[in-house]
Design a binder for this molecule. Structure first.
Ligand SMILES: Cc1cc2nc3c(=O)[nH]c(=O)nc-3n(C[C@H](O)[C@H](O)[C@H](O)COP(=O)(O)O)c2cc1C
Length: 178
């Protein structure tokens, strides 16, 4: 199974989360780490599984590298590719559009034929008014808020990596609890 982690990041927070996820799962599991601001979206079609990281900007919009990639993304054939998402946002300042980009991207990827439903995440522990990343009362991926809950990010990433390892049948994470 060929696996990539793909992210877009403006101030580096999603990049840092991406690095933590790669460290947690190991390079035996994640073969390629792709900054969507640098690599053509066409590359995504060659993977069996992509982990997709996106922050939300400009009140409910895609981070700008993902926005630039969206035209090419909308022409991709992702049938046969499984996807799991993680998103970064700010539930306090942008509580009505918390993590919207994760939801927009999820819909785009599924529209192109990708298979989702992996890595969904409880809303427990977050306080926000609205989010386009909700699917039947859960987030459609890992929800991270380094603006307000940075101290919770490492545990959330660890738990999510364990969750997707089980859901997607990935090799066990190298670093184990305890
Ligand atoms: C101008 C501006 C608009 C933002 N809009 C949103 C938003 O609508 N929803 C949200 O959840 N976060 C929003 N954020 C917060 C960012 O998503 C958050 O800071 C994130 O960690 C940035 O990640 P990055 O540096 O990887 O791009 C916004 C931040 C700024 C500065």
């Amino acid at each position: 199974m060929k696996v990539a982690l793909v992210y877009g990041s403006t101030t580096g927070r999603t990049r840092a989360a991406a690095r933590s996820i790669v460290a947690e799962l190991g390079r035996e599991v994640i073969h390629d780490v792709i900054d969507i601001g640098v690599v053509s979206p066409a590359a995504l079609a060659s993977y069996d599984l992509i982990l997709v990281g996106a922050s939300t900007w400009h009140i409910g919009e895609l981070q700008h590298d993902w926005a630039d990639a969206d035209g090419a993304l909308s022409r991709l054939d992702l049938r046969g590719t499984r996807v799991a998402l993680f998103g970064l946002g700010d539930q306090k300042e942008y509580g009505e559009t918390f993590l919207d980009a994760m939801g927009l991207l999820y819909d785009r990827l599924l529209e192109r034929g990708a298979k989702g439903g992996y890595g969904f995440w409880s809303t427990e522990g977050y306080a926000f008014k609205g989010s386009r990343a909700l699917r039947e009362s859960r987030f459609c991926g890992l929800a991270l808020d380094d603006d307000n809950q940075r101290d919770r990010t490492p545990d959330r990433i660890r738990a999510w990596c364990r969750q997707i390892t089980a859901e997607l049948g990935l090799a066990a994470p190298l670093r184990r609890a305890g």
